[in-house]
Ligand binder design. Sequence first.
Ligand code: ADP
Length: 488
Amino acid sequence: MKYIISLDAGTTSIRAFLYDVEKRAFVHRAQQEFPSRYPFPGWVEQDAEEIYYKAAYVLSDCARVAGAENVLGVGIANQRETVVLWNAKTGEPVAPAIVWQCRRTSEFCKSIPAEAAAVIREKTGLMPDAYFSASKIRWVLDRVPEAKRLLAAHELMAGTVDSYLIYKFTGNFATDYTNASRTMLFNIRTLAWDDGLLGYFGIPREILPAAYPSDARMGEMTLGGRKVPVAGVLGDQQAALFGQACLTDGDAKITYGTGLFMLFPTGEKPVASHSGLLTTVAASVGGKTTYCLEGSVFHAGSSVKWLRDEMGLISDAAESERLARSVPSSEGVVFVPAFTGLGAPYWDSEARGLIAGITRGTRKEHIVRAVLESIAYGAKDLAGCMERDSGIPLRSVKCDGGASANDFLMQFQSDVLGIPVDRPVERESTALGAAYLSAIALGAESADGIAQARKSERVFLPSKDREAFGALYENYRRAVRRALGDRQ
Ligand code: ADP
């Protein structure tokens, strides 16, 4: 028996999955939660050492179940953009990890002039924002005395969560291209740290890890007294794309979680977005680097949570489906989930949510249905941008995330997009992506093999009535215009 252990180092928990290479399935899993801390409004921090020892714990648990001699290797998928700075000699972090959600550097990012922003966009495919790693690293270098001391002594290391874990596990200082592509310091065309950007942010090259393809062998770690290779490292969204076997143009992945993340592969050339979407490295496997467009809707599953917790209209998320189905339509009610502004393609941080089209006959069922429909419209907005930016038509969507369990939502999504929405049996796409990649890196699987390994649980096919769904989407767009911040 041969296994891969796939580590999903997420934002709220660390999970390890034991992947049976022959069965192409997970046979065991272990999980540890860990907290974020919010010391000031908008700040989000985590304890990197806690991430490390909980990761080590869940990996050991899987190795114990498998028998370490049966473990071919370890793959890693991780929360992206979050930064750790640590002592190169002791491995001890010099400050709490600054999490991707942390807004502490947003003033700095807003002050980046337009010309510099254009250069950043051209080189990295990202927009200057506190979300990405560069300004977070700069923040630590400016404010943490121990970081300054270690920098002067050439004993400082900085990186994303993958590189910290790789360092702790193997002693090597390495990251992969997908993680590097989220730092705002990495040129996604030349696949190298960019001297101009490093200079702009005042970050010396020597404190950053070596960047390798996603299928590189990053080193060996000890598990159950044996040396096991660490190979197959990806950022979590890219891992989910790989786990969904979205390997060809026009085949996109949508994760319906708290927010909605859509990744749209565009092949071996990065496509610049004119709609404010991000261009990022999808994977680098077998000597081939592929790119994707990435877009997100801030509130998706969280709107359903809002129905439950703030509105009290449903008692659990699954009830949203029953209520939505109990009426034939939303009867003209439209929900715009602009709780914290609107992202692509509207980019209006002043926009606020609204419920439009209410009549005397409106019932909670209509509102609940409108909330689910709004999630599908948000994805339609992103799909439109991606098709326009790339010139590649969207052919199908592969879905995952908590809200993908909602059959009504998936059917409505298919109807609104006019293409099939394909839900897999195994919805742990992130962990699956790292497992697939690790298996490929270690010669135990092929790219063709993973396309066959993915099993559909259900494919939702679009209604033939394109006109009706087009009209519904137009109605939503009208409601969005009313929600925008510069409304009269
Ligand atoms: P995350 O990884 O972002 O925490 P998950 O993928 O675990 O999110 O999904 C959780 C989200 O999915 C919650 O916001 C919840 O409201 C939503 N959700 C879960 N089940 C359903 C359902 N059956 N219908 C609609 N939304 C759901």
